[in-house]
Design a protein around this ligand. Structure first.
Ligand code: ACO
Length: 430
């Protein structure tokens, strides 16, 4: 690889250093472009822009590779747990037994919300979307932990990171209970992370929820598969907010807001709504595929396509397998699963999707698993947020530990009116 890139601009040749990541991805360092040439780059949607160097997650979208801290997602899905993966992402290595015990204890110690936080839930109208409650409540948590406001020390970071991973699950379950007018169920210290979440979601004062092992494994896997995905929309948002030295909770709340949209984490809810619409209309999927190809229809095949993957999303492959295994183990069926399988098959053999390299992404089958577990549709993206929290925290940590970190501040190409002057109201034409 050449060490420099040469640009010929207005007759002058400029040189810029090139660099190569540890997996061979190549970049041109243009940090001096504007000062040297007066030009900036324009990259709508950031499809070609590296916003940072990061040591957390590696993706090769053409080959369908995803690795957390170097470890293939397939190995982690088979052998690890969500909480072990959370440690791996945040601290950069697989935990030793003692580290795992300490981390797990910190999660348990920090799982209960400040009692006054409960009053905030009372203020939300019934049927509020749990994503709105989740982002508001994570942000409101900043008020209860003054230590968040100081400089981010290692000790404080560890505690706040554990608190956030643990409490996002408590807030999520409380939000659901509140949105359904149900009494809040407190976490149980004896329960591990995923069983505790299901307990807070579904136990009633008069009846303890007892999840099946297959259900626990499937949900833990969903959290694990969502744990990080390098510089996606919500993680970039977290890094953007963190770059201003805003605290961890404020940065994570911003991540939740970015995740909510249907083109990002909200796609898992949108997929089920799409499948339900197809089912109700009596379509076998063929009509919908035609509509998804028509730009004027305003419809897309939700759960298909990805900015980075131009191949099968490796998480989708794992989730599809887990979905089949769960349905078999629970001896259940779902007409929406059959529609999803038909849609996938049709799209993978349709030139529109083949030419554009549109494959199923992580959201295509995750909603079907969550539905089988009994998670209500409006909670799907909330579960994505619970899963993504360790990734956001790991990215936050990279920012605060980087001595060269600067506030993120992109530029723009201005295309509005050129100089014009203020006209008093009386002189403006009606
Ligand atoms: N259905 C139909 N057509 C699609 C789809 C789709 N799901 N996705 C992309 N296309 C088409 C576009 O219309 C475009 O066609 P054109 O070249 O003829 O104009 C082409 O494929 C490229 O699409 P872009 O929108 O430019 O791709 P981009 O990288 O900007 O968007 C995105 C990626 C947002 C994921 C897109 O594929 C999409 O909207 N998918 C559906 C929503 C979804 O599943 N989101 C979840 C993503 S994964 C995640 O966030 C966890």
């Amino acid at each position: 690889m050449s060490n420099t890139a040469k640009f010929d601009l207005d007759g002058t040749v400029y040189e810029f250093p090139t660099l190569e990541g540890c997996e061979g991805e190549k970049a041109i360092d243009i940090s001096t472009l504007r000062s040297k040439t007066g030009y900036i780059t324009l990259d709508d949607g950031y499809g070609n822009t590296g916003s940072c160097s990061s040591a957390i997650t590696f993706i090769d979208g053409d080959k369908g590779i995803l690795r957390y801290r170097g470890i293939p997602i397939e190995e982690l899905a088979e052998k690890s747990t969500f909480i072990e993966v959370a440690y791996l992402l945040i601290y950069g290595h697989l935990p030793k037994r003692s580290e795992m015990r300490k981390f797990s204890d910190m999660l348990t110690e920090n799982q209960i919300l400040h009692e006054n936080m409960k009053h905030h839930f009372e203020g939300f109208p019934d049927h509020s979307h749990p994503m709105a409650m989740l982002s508001s409540m994570i942000n409101a948590s900043s008020c209860f932990y003054p230590g968040l406001m100081g400089p981010a020390s290692r000790d404080r970071f560890d505690k706040h990171a554990a608190r956030l991973i643990s409490q996002v699950r408590t807030i999520a379950a409380f939000s659901y209970r509140k949105s359904r007018g149900l009494p809040i169920t407190y976490p149980k210290p004896a329960y591990k992370y995923t069983p505790n979440f299901l307990h807070m979601m579904f136990s009633e004062p008069y009846a303890e929820y007892e999840p099946k092992v297959e259900v626990l494994r499937a949900l833990d896997l969903i959290f694990l598969l969502h744990a990080d995905h390098e510089q996606n929309c919500s993680t970039s948002t977290v890094r953007m907010v963190a770059s201003s030295q805003a605290n961890l909770f404020a940065s994570a709340a911003a991540g939740v807001c970015a995740l909510w949209g249907p083109l990002h984490g909200g796609a898992n809810q949108a997929v089920i709504e799409m499948l339900q619409e197809i089912h109700t209309s009596g379509d076998d999927g063929r009509r919908f595929i035609e509509e998804a190809k028509d730009k004027n229809s305003g419809k897309r095949l939700m759960g298909f396509g990805h900015r980075v993957y131009r191949n099968y999303d490796p998480r989708a492959k794992i989730i599809k397998g887990a979905c089949d295994a769960l349905f078999k183990a629970l001896k259940i069926s779902d007409p929406l699963l059959e529609i999803a399988q038909r849609l996938e098959d049709a799209a993978l053999h349709d030139s529109y999707f083949v030419e554009r390299k549109l494959y199923p992404n992580v959201d295509f089958y995750s909603g079907i698993i969550m539905r089988a577990i009994g998670i209500p549709t409006e909670m799907f993206t909330v579960l994505f947020a619970i899963g993504r929290m360790p990734g956001w925290i790991a990215n936050f940590k990279e920012i605060i530990e980087d001595p060269k970190s600067r506030i993120n501040r992109p530029r723009q190409v201005y295309v509005g009116p050129t100089l014009s002057h203020y006209v008093p109201m009386a002189e403006r034409e009606e």
